[in-house]
Write a protein that binds this ligand. Structure first.
Ligand SMILES: [Zn+2]
Length: 938
């Protein structure tokens, strides 16, 4: 057989008979989809892993009898394609090399200087790849984003009109993470590092040095009540600057940050850190005078480069003061006297397991000797901060008895109102733009935002998340978390740098790439009417059109006239939408990194715009993908494109290997291409077997009962695995394990029960069909079936055929077979006779007792006690000891009440296997236990 020939044949037939085109009928529908790919290149094996999960689920659900919708669109919105095209135009070598490495011929490279060429070229290549792989997609519904495709463009415009109507979009100033080189806010999609990082609000508290202010940044405004001194880095340069109508001392870095955050800043002069040592400043809240002390641990890049010192509650501060107190030389260097640092610490926060000064206790307890133990100090700081924030009780007068977490925001607001503090934003982690420039915080003016911070919207989104199904289930919490934490989202970009849909109420802006991708699953339900199977169309649609189709609003005749679409067609579209989008989509699959943006936005936009009955049902994510145990990356040069892999491996084999790469959940998957040869051989062997004639019988034997039982059990487990998108388990249980069962059946049965054999071939083929569909279609046809296996129904599990006793008995036989082999190997005897010693009756009674007892305890003594209750056991304490030890280390063996009868019935099988006489005896020549018989080889 030739995999390639089979592929070609079935691809052609599927296309001719349009079996994956989904139309409305009276079956229940199931809508699966996968995030559309960004088309600035070919798809690679990492993409394939994510896409294949969806494809396999679509095929499985179809075989369960659902009317499945599986469409696929393509995404081109945003800046990367624009930038890449520009670089090609400028003949930039790096960009040319990227295209060449992909396999684009030299003569075609110039064409990529046109943005539109990318949008024409790559979606077609993606389609080709997925078609070659046999994806069961309804290709009539595909489309491309951006204004190149007018109906989709109209759809995105409509969506933003709806958001505006609901007051969920506004123009304002807001802190965003910004790339100064690119000139726009960088969303998650624009970052190579720092995905999910958002600006964090902190407060600058202004200490007073006469008329000059020393702003100090803090995450913990409550600690201002416990400040004993300020820290400044004596070796660094600072800036004296006019900020609005005040004079501030801050680090150089902060000057730039302040400007980006819209402070009016004018630098006056540079000053040295050491100039401020020993000076006294006024705490603006407590009005107490405190001293400025030197600290080399102060990082000039953090905040203003000047830090509050709260030794009672901050490990670094305590360690710093300890050092100054203990190190005379250091004191003398800065002209400090002992009395300068003899102040008392101020205890602010009561914490259960600590005394007055938690930071002091923690530093002493963890044995931190000096400031040099930075990691330990950082760890202690984090630990204490967390504890004090969540369970610390304040001792400050005004807030006595309150928790830190309760008053933190209140305090900040109070200080800001009183002019003591100023709101400021920091980056909690580094963010790197796609252009490799480091992102900064900028408060942008006149930026459009979607108001994801809206309380009502968040509430509705939480309610939906509570109802949805998630794969794996634990990601539900991630969605709740993201919804809570999400702030307003900068949703547009300057039209000069980016492509996409123009914001309907601001011609200078295009909608950015995450914001135009939140509702498009609904668009699939009608896209084939609008685009006639092409990726783009010129048909412009108005708001009323989408109001009618998606929301059931408006007058059909008016909508018909203003959009030039027949009322009958409009009606059909509305019907299609209601059918396919009942409870939205059932499963949407993507990589786990999209939870914190795209997938949460999808939920939020659905609850903002759609009716309750059209909200989505399920979301699935998968982990990252490795190739042959290594992370796939351009720099490592180990990115394998689908188009190249499909040349090296038949589609079914590639699908099998990729499907087998990942267990369920968020763990990384690992695609092992080296397994292809053995997989190919195994599949081929099954194919040959399935289509050949075999000697069969009508008679139903004991072993048939066993095989029927394990087959049904396997089906049950496999269907569950499919339902949970645990595709690797499907193959482990439904192929490797089932094949092993069959091997055993063959060995035991010699010839097959006729019905059972054809049942096995059907079950195995159908279990495999969603994963290796070409091969399975071929087997289906060659074994005399009509129609397509892709459209056939999965065999039903017959629970009544699952027979635990039959499976137990067979397990005893196979265990004994292995045990005898081990004995023969050890003794190196070619046996003339094998004696199998059946245990005495009381041992079975003992085993039932132990089996029960083991559920309560794994204690050796207690198990011994149980065994010693037997008179016979008391006679052989050593034997019993060995038994209990064995059971405790490897579990109780599978055993069965009537083993003697079982062994006698299967005597012939063993005689054939070992080609010698078998004697089943009770004569006690060797230790023998239920399920673990004594074996004597002669
Ligand atoms: Zn950039």
């Amino acid at each position: 057989m030739d995999f390639r020939e089979i592929e070609k044949k079935w691809r052609k037939r599927w296309e001719e008979e349009k079996i994956f085109e989904s139309n409305l009928d009276n079956r229940e529908k199931f809508f699966v989809n996968v995030a559309y790919p960004y088309v600035n290149g070919y798809g690679h094996l990492g993409h394939l892993f994510t896409f294949l999960r969806t494809e396999i689920l679509a095929r499985f659900k179809r075989m369960q009898g659902y009317n499945v919708l599986f469409p696929q669109g393509f995404h081109a919105t945003g800046q990367p394609i624009v930038a890449a095209a520009k670089r090609i135009k400028e003949k930039e070598e790096k960009q040319i090399k990227i295209l060449k490495d992909m396999g684009i011929p030299e003569k075609d490279i110039d064409k990529f200087s046109d943005v539109n060429y990318w949008i024409e070229y790559f979606p077609e290549k993606w389609k080709e790849d997925l078609k070659n792989l046999g994806f069961s997609i309804d290709w009539r519904r595909s489309f491309i984003t951006t204004e190149a495709n007018k109906p989709y463009d109209s759809f995105v415009k409509w969506q933003f009109m709806k958001l505006k109507e609901k007051n969920l979009i506004y123009k304002g100033s807001h802190p965003v993470i910004f790339c100064e080189k690119c000139g726009f806010p960088i969303g998650d999609h624009d970052r190579v590092e720092g995905e999910g990082v958002v600006p964090e609000e902190v407060i600058l508290l202004k200490f007073e040095l006469g008329k000059i202010k020393l702003p100090v940044m803090t995450y913990r405004p409550e600690t201002i009540y416990g400040v004993t001194n300020l820290w400044i880095n004596p070796d660094e340069n600072y800036v004296q600057a006019k900020v609005s109508d005040e004079e501030w001392i801050v680090s150089k870095e902060m000057v730039e940050n302040l400007k980006r955050q819209n402070f009016e800043v004018n630098e006056i002069k540079e000053v040295k850190g050491f100039e401020f040592i020993k000076k006294k400043v006024l705490n603006p809240v407590t009005k107490k005078e405190i001293i400025i002390l030197p600290a080399s641990f102060v990082d000039i890049k953090v905040g203003s480069g000047i830090v509050m010192s709260v030794p009672a509650h901050a490990p670094f501060d305590y360690a710093g003061i300890k050092e100054l107190r203990e190190n005379k030389e250091l004191r003398e260097k800065y002209g400090l006297k002992e009395e300068d640092i003899n102040f008392d610490f101020i205890s602010l926060i009561k914490l259960k397991e600590f005394g007055k000064y938690p930071a002091v206790e923690l530093v002493e307890k963890t044995g931190i000797k000096s400031l040099k133990e930075k990691n330990k100090l950082e760890k202690a700081t984090k630990e204490l901060y967390k504890k004090e924030f969540h369970s610390g009780i304040l001792k400050i007068k005004e807030f006595e008895g309150k928790k830190v977490s309760e008053v933190k925001n209140e305090l900040s607001e109070k200080f800001i109102k009183e002019g003591i503090g100023v709101r400021y934003f920091v980056l909690p982690e580094k963010v790197i733009c796609r252009c490799l420039n480091e992102g900064v915080i900028k408060i942008v003016k006149d930026q459009w935002f979607i108001n994801y911070n809206n309380k009502d919207l968040k509430k509705k989104a939480h309610e939906l998340v509570d109802k949805m199904k998630f794969y794996p289930p634990e990601i539900r919490d991630n969605f709740h978390y993201t919804i809570d934490w999400l702030k307003d989202w900068a949703c547009t970009r300057d039209k000069k740098t980016s492509i996409g849909t123009t914001l309907p109420f601001d011609e200078t802006q295009v909608i950015e790439s995450l914001s135009d991708s939140t509702l498009y699953m609904a668009y699939y339900t009608i896209s084939h009417y609008l685009q006639d199977g092409k990726l783009k169309s010129d048909k412009i649609l108005n708001e009323e059109f989408f109001d009618y189709v998606f929301l059931g609003k408006g007058d059909i005749d008016k909508v018909s006239k203003s959009n030039n679409i027949a009322p009958s067609t409009l009606k059909k579209m509305r019907e299609d939408f209601l059918y396919w989008y009942k409870n939205g989509f059932q499963v949407r699959n993507s990589g786990k990194d999209l939870i914190q943006n795209h997938l949460t936005f999808c939920i939020l936009n659905h609850v903002a715009i759609f009716h309750k009955e059209n909200l989505p049902t399920g979301i699935s994510v998968n982990g990252h993908v490795m190739l042959n145990g290594e992370k796939m990356s351009k720099s490592k040069g180990n990115v394998v494109f689908i188009k190249d892999a499909i040349k090296d491996y038949p589609a079914d084999i590639l699908r099998f290997i990729v499907a087998y790469a990942g267990t369920a959940g968020l763990d990384d998957a690992n695609i092992e291409l080296k397994k292809s040869k053995s997989i190919e051989a195994k599949l081929k062997r099954f194919y040959e077997f399935a289509i050949s004639d075999h000697k069969t019988r009508e008679e139903y034997k004991t072993i048939d009962k066993w095989f029927e039982s394990v087959m049904n059990r396997t089906m049950k487990k496999v269907y569950e695995s499919y339902e949970n998108l645990e595709i690797k388990s499907v193959l482990q249980i439904g192929f490797f394990e089932l094949q092993n069962y069959f091997k055993w059946y063959k060995r035991r049965a010699i010839d097959y029960n006729k019905k059972l054999l054809s049942k096995f071939i059907e079950v195995q083929t159908k279990i495999l069909a969603p994963i290796t569909p070409f091969l399975c279609e071929e087997i289906w046809e060659k074994t005399g079936n009509k129609g397509f296996i892709s459209l056939s129904k999965l065999p039903k599990v017959d629970e009544e055929k699952i027979d635990e006793i039959a499976e137990k008995k067979e397990k005893i036989i196979s265990n004994l077979l292995n045990d005898v082999k081990v004995v023969i190997d050890l003794t190196k005897i070619k046996p003339n006779k094998i004696k199998i010693v059946v245990p005495e009756e009381w041992k079975y009674r003992l085993f039932y007792k132990l089996e029960k007892k083991l559920k309560e305890t794994k204690n050796f003594g207690e198990l011994m006690k149980e065994a010693m209750k037997f008179e016979e056991g008391r006679k052989k304490p050593k034997e019993i000891q060995r038994l209990i030890k064995r059971i405790l280390s490897s579990g109780i063996d599978v055993f069965y009440q009537n083993e003697e009868k079982l062994l006698k019935e299967n005597k012939e099988f063993f005689e054939k296997e070992f080609n010698c006489k078998i004697e089943i005896t009770k004569e006690q020549v060797k230790e023998s236990w239920p399920g673990k018989f004594g074996i004597v080889v002669e």
